[in-house]
Each structure stands twice: as C-alpha cells, then as structure tokens.
Design a protein around this ligand. Structure first.
Ligand code: CO
Length: 136
C-alpha cells in the first residue's frame, strides 16, 4: 500500500460537520468537495489536507451502513483508507494473508475510484478501505 488516502468520519449532519472540520483544519469551507455515493447510501465531503484527505460521511437512508454505525457507536472515526496501485492484486494478497474482504470484487466509490473494504474483525477492529485512483 502506498499511503493513507483519507480518514473517514461518520457524522449526523454534514453541513455542520463541514464547518466544524474546516475550522479545525483551517481550510476554506467553500473548497470542500461534496459527493453523493448512491451505492453506499451516503453523502460524503472531502477536505483536502496536504496529500491526504478527511472524509465526512452522512447517511442518506436509515438502512445505510453509516446509519447503523451511528446508531451503534455514535459519531466518530469510521474507517482508514489506503491508496493502492492495483486493487485486485492487493485484494488477492490480503485474502491470502487471512483478511476478510467485504466484497469479492472492487466497488465504485467516490470520484469513480475502485474501492474495497476489509472487515474490522480481521484487522484489530479497524475498518480498512482500499482505494485505487482512477487512471488518467
Ligand atoms: Co472512505
């Protein structure tokens, strides 16, 4: 894996949290990129910080995984995403190492990037996301 791509934080109110995190990080609230990710039933915002990002995620439906997370644990850190070069190769490697993947095939995440989650029970309680950037 190459680097931390972003840290995902589950929030109840994206608008308020955008302001809060813009203030915390000292970035311009108007430069926050907001995107709905229908497949995961969430709306997410990305606050760029150096060569990494903070992702704030609000559920758009009560059956969204994020809604369930908020119900169980409340607001807070939800996942850590790592950039990978070849997601399929990385998925194959991790599977061999004994990690449980949440999908057999890469899925489409924010920005059309290929993503895959690793079950937190096989990674010390940390939900890990793999992200392969879109090739230009
Ligand atoms: Co993410």
């Amino acid at each position: 894996m190459k680097k931390i791509d972003h840290v995902g934080i589950a929030v109840k109110d994206l608008k308020n949290s955008n302001r809060l995190f813009a203030s915390l990080l000292g970035v311009d609230v108007d430069k926050i990129h907001i995107e709905e990710i229908e497949e995961q039933k969430v709306v997410a915002s990305f606050l760029k910080l150096g060569n990494t990002k903070v992702e704030l995620i609000e559920p758009t439906s009560p059956d969204s995984p994020i809604a369930k997370f908020l119900e169980k644990k409340g607001e807070g850190t939800h996942h850590i995403a790592f950039e990978v070069v070849d997601i399929k190769a990385e998925m194959k490697r991790l599977k061999k190492e004994g990690f449980k993947l949440l999908s057999e095939e890469p899925r489409i995440g924010a920005g059309g990037k290929l993503i895959c989650f690793i079950h937190p029970k096989t990674s010390n309680g940390v939900l890990v996301e793999l992200v392969q950037p879109v090739k230009k």
